[in-house]
Design a protein around this ligand. Structure first.
Ligand code: GLY
Length: 367
């Protein structure tokens, strides 16, 4: 842990992919940075790692879509600089189980095409030719070749090799001098820094901050099952998404089946009901899921703001920069968040397309 007198250009609170990537990009622009990590893995440890701006694009989420597309575009170069980050450039099939879902999927396909997003409509026989494990009852599928996935645990391991991390150091608050942030407080001592980035996911709610400087974040529980096929990979190649469940192959016989969406405060207990829902929904698309072994049942907390958009950019105190509130999209938005934060740390303004993520929209709300 830091000596009391140690001083940095930038201290980043939170050692998930976003915090690590922010520190890395800041260092690439010449800053001396450190990551302060509590040592308790956040939402990234549970996340399936879909890089899916097109298949996740919903009506009315234009700002999020824009951020997602910007980030997806950056992903290949971002990963090229990392050792074994677990990127899998295989596409996604969005699948309808019945006529109602097929109609909804058609409407969504039209909406996505209207935005110029690539979407291929497949009849059930075409979909089953691509993925023979799909149930014979599926009604329609959309193929989205550009929606890929990454293993977030590998990503974090790769990013940790790029930066200095103070491990098991729980930030409890900020050092503030007048209207300026001057460092981070931990039980073991303080870390002085000219600028502080908060990338602590839901834990921002536990940080001692001046009320007017807060960004409001609430936890949204997600349960996932991590599954394994003893006979190796091949049950499905692509990510399979239904209306509720998604199924992300790692390419080595392991799969992540997610995820529930539950407003249950800080509760992270896996439940029988959660497992039942996930298996019921996915088995109607991929019946072979019942043959897989359960490796892990785990729940995490997505950090959500009141408008479900992230908070990326300057905060209400000088030297304070936010990178939090990424809700369902933390892994996807990691590269674009890191680039935006590094630019803000260097004194540049947020570009217009990132303005909806400006943390200043919460000025006064949080207090
Ligand atoms: N992005 C998927 C989820 O949050 O469950």
């Amino acid at each position: 842990m830091a000596a009391q007198s140690e001083s940095f250009d930038v201290a980043v609170v939170g050692g998930g992919p976003i915090g690590l990537a922010c520190a890395w990009r800041a260092e690439q622009r010449g800053a001396r940075a450190v990551v302060i990590d509590a040592g308790e893995p956040g939402a990234w440890h549970v996340a399936a790692g879909m890089l899916a701006p097109v298949s996740e694009a919903e009506f009315g989420e234009g700002s999020l879509l824009q951020l997602g597309l910007e980030s997806a575009r950056r992903y290949a170069d971002f990963c090229a600089e990392l050792e074994d980050p677990g990127l899998r450039s295989v596409g996604t099939l969005v699948v309808a189980r019945d006529r109602d879902e097929a109609e909804a999927l058609d409407r969504l396909a039209e909406f996505r095409r209207g935005l110029g997003l690539p979407v291929e409509r497949l009849r059930p026989s075409q979909a089953r030719k691509l993925e023979p494990a799909l149930a014979p009852t599926v009604r329609l599928a959309l193929e989205i070749e550009g929606d890929h996935s990454i293993d977030p645990r590998k990503l974090v391991a790769a990013l940790r090799n790029k930066v200095t991390v103070y491990d098991h150091a729980r930030a409890t608050g900020l050092l503030v001098d007048g209207q300026r942030v001057t460092g981070v407080i931990t039980p073991e001592g303080t870390v002085r820094a000219d600028q502080v980035v908060i990338a602590a996911g839901v834990d921002v709610a536990k940080l001692d901050l001046p009320a007017a400087a807060r960004v409001p974040v609430r936890p949204v529980k997600g349960q996932v099952l991590r599954l394994r096929d003893r006979s190796g990979p091949g049950l499905v190649e692509r990510t399979i998404r239904g209306e509720q469940a998604y199924f992300v192959p790692r390419g080595d016989g392991r799969y992540v089946l997610g995820a529930t969406m539950e407003e249950r405060g800080w509760d992270t207990t896996p439940t029988a009901g959660g497992v039942y829902e996930l298996l019921r929904d996915l088995s109607e698309l991929v019946p072979g899921v019942f043959e897989l072994e359960i490796e892990e049942l785990i729940a995490g907390l997505r950090p959500a703001t009141p408008d479900n958009l992230p908070a990326i950019g300057p905060g209400a105190l000088d030297g304070l920069v936010w990178a939090t509130g990424h809700f369902r999209n933390g892994i996807l938005l990691t590269p674009v968040t890191a680039d935006l934060v590094a630019a803000v740390l260097a004194g540049e303004p947020l570009p217009d397309w990132a303005a909806p993520a400006n943390p200043q929209r919460f000025a006064g709300v949080a207090a």
